[in-house]
Design a protein around this ligand. Structure first.
Ligand code: ZN
Length: 545
């Protein structure tokens, strides 16, 4: 499983594969040490030293990774650093699969049977047991082989993308496909999942999410958004957006980033802002949640929104209840729920007219005259311009989930059609891009080779991006029933907005499964309808259709 620290490090930093996820998942067992139920044969406290050691090793690995990615490490140290991380990882793997761990696990189970486990204990058990079962369902030598495979595949993927030659990557992609098909098979044979084999992949990132739910979700999205996009593309509306890519000195960009983080309610005393090639969030501990951004002197506005996005992830982590500190519940519950928070701040607030109305004078002042000639309306429309693109990472809010739909359908096919090979995928990709976005990639680099996820062996991760957007819209709709969200955004009253989110979502950490958390927060089961309504309403207004 992937909780925040794990998933965010794995994905956004994009330097690790499933091996690191596995190792970090094992680290999650550490927090069981503080759960505090009595064991029948051994006292819980007997395990304290064991878990303290694991926790310390996990933190060391996390900080080493942060240091590597934010430019703290000299280039010459790469080999010794990689070696140190490998040793720590190996030690954590050994400890996580040791007899000591099994005994501890048994002790927690026994406490549950005696009725001595409280809500927190049971939630910790739910997550820990799921991880444990998954880890044990797959032979350790296959995990290791897969880890070696993906570390080579990532290099081959980069070479293939650079050379625009899919044949360099295809043999590795085929092995990754084979591995994941086996992986799903092991998990299903172990009785952990049933139904569509792709369900076993999804569970790694969004517990409880199934193919049936996603088919319904993407079906609604496809029938509403694909024809709507056609109307927008053929509309006469002209939106000017050149100034989004104006150069702004990096010193000013940093000032704006810190001002915006403070405005949104990021607790600077318990976090930090760093720089990296690709923005990410790293939750090292409850009181140490760090985000990064990438400053590009010649492309300012994307960096502004990256800060809002990562702040959303961080504010979620920073507002988890104190009573969950030191347990594995002290982390956002899933990738989708995490993405809902980042997208809420980035898009639902950050790209709303009310927010820009409320902060535009301050924005003009803090950007030191660089946008003084741009009106509020021009800025609002520019940050919401719809332009179908080949590249997911450059996609606007409306078309973003269509990019995810392409990847979801390919991944689902890979897990369900044994005849499908890595060599069939580029054509499949191009057909779906044409169908949903009206574009056909002219190269592999802007087509099937654009994302690193598959080179890391990650199947089942992409859908959480789209699900996160939809959760965010559902959460926004529930929030709007209780107070005037636009008025709060206009007043930059993030005390009210964050207070509601903390009360309904943030404080619970991983106490509830994502579906239960969403139901409790919004009073409804997950549905695509709020997301579709939000998109159609917003973009109909902007484009006058
Ligand atoms: Zn994110």
């Amino acid at each position: 499983m992937k909780t925040l620290g794990v998933s965010i490090k794995v994905v956004r930093s994009a330097k690790h594969g499933k091996a690191v996820a596995l190792i970090l998942a094992l680290v999650l067992f550490v927090s069981l040490a503080v759960v505090g139920c009595a064991a029948p044969t051994r006292e819980i406290s007997d395990f304290d030293g064991f878990f303290e050691k694991m926790l310390a090793l996990g933190q060391a690995e996390s900080i080493m990774t942060w240091d590597m990615e934010t430019g703290g490490m000299p280039d010459g140290a790469i080999d010794s650093r990689a070696n140190a991380i490998a040793i720590i990882s190996s030690e954590l793997f050994d400890m996580g699969t040791s007899d000591e761990m099994r005994e501890f696990f048994t002790a927690v189970e026994a406490a549950e049977k005696r009725g001595e486990a409280d809500e927190i204990n049971l939630a910790v058990y739910r997550i820990a047991k799921s991880d444990f079962d998954r880890l044990n369902a797959i032979p350790a030598d296959e995990y290791r082989a897969f880890s070696e495979l993906t570390s080579i595949a990532v290099i081959k993927w980069a070479e293939a993308k650079e050379a625009n030659d899919y044949s360099i990557f295809a043999p590795y992609m085929q092995q990754i496909i084979d591995y994941n098909r086996n992986y799903a098979d092991y998990l299903i044979k172990a009785g952990l999942y049933s139904g569509n084999p792709y369900n076993a992949m999804l569970a790694d990132y969004e517990p409880g999410l199934t193919v049936e739910m996603l088919d319904e979700f993407f079906g609604e999205l496809r029938s509403a958004i694909v024809p709507f996009l056609q109307k927008i593309v053929s509309s006469d509306k002209q939106i000017r957006s050149d100034f989004l890519y104006r150069g702004v000195p990096i010193e000013i960009q940093k000032d704006v980033a810190e001002w915006m983080m403070g405005t949104l309610g990021f607790d600077m005393n318990r976090g930090a802002l760093g720089e990296s090639a690709h923005p990410f969030t790293n939750s090292i501990s409850h009181d140490d949640v760090r985000i990064t951004t990438h400053y590009d002197e010649n492309k300012y506005v994307p960096s502004f929104f990256a800060v809002m996005h990562e702040s959303g992830h961080a504010i979620y982590e920073q507002n988890i209840a104190e009573e969950l500190v030191g347990t594995i519940l002290d982390s956002g519950v899933s990738m989708g729920m995490h993405e809902s928070q980042s997208r809420f701040y980035e898009n639902m607030i950050g790209r709303s007219r009310a927010f820009w109305e409320g902060m535009y004078d301050d924005f003009l002042a803090v950007t030191d005259g660089h946008f003084d000639d741009i009106s509020l309306d021009e800025m609002y429309e520019a940050v919401n311009i719809v332009e179908p693109t080949m590249i997911r990472l450059q996609a606007d809010e409306l078309t973003y989930s269509l990019h995810i739909m392409v990847r979801y359908e390919i991944e689902k096919a890979i897990l369900n059609d044994p005849e499908l090979t890595a060599y069939d995928l580029p054509e499949m990709w191009n057909e779906k891009m044409q169908e949903y976005l009206g574009l056909t990639p002219s190269s592999y680099a802007e087509g099937i080779l654009q994302d690193i996820h598959w080179a890391y062996g990650e199947f089942g991760y992409f859908p959480t991006y789209a699900i996160g957007n939809a959760y965010a819209a559902q959460i926004r709709a529930a929030m709007r029933k209780e107070f005037d969200v636009d008025a709060a955004a206009r007043a930059l009253d993030f005390g009210t907005i964050n207070g509601w989110l903390t009360d309904k979502i943030h404080r619970y950490g991983s106490l509830f499964e994502p579906s239960e958390l969403l139901l409790r927060a919004t009073g409804e089961e997950f549905s695509a309808s709020h997301y579709v309504d939000y998109l159609i309403h917003k973009y109909s207004e902007i484009y006058g259709i």
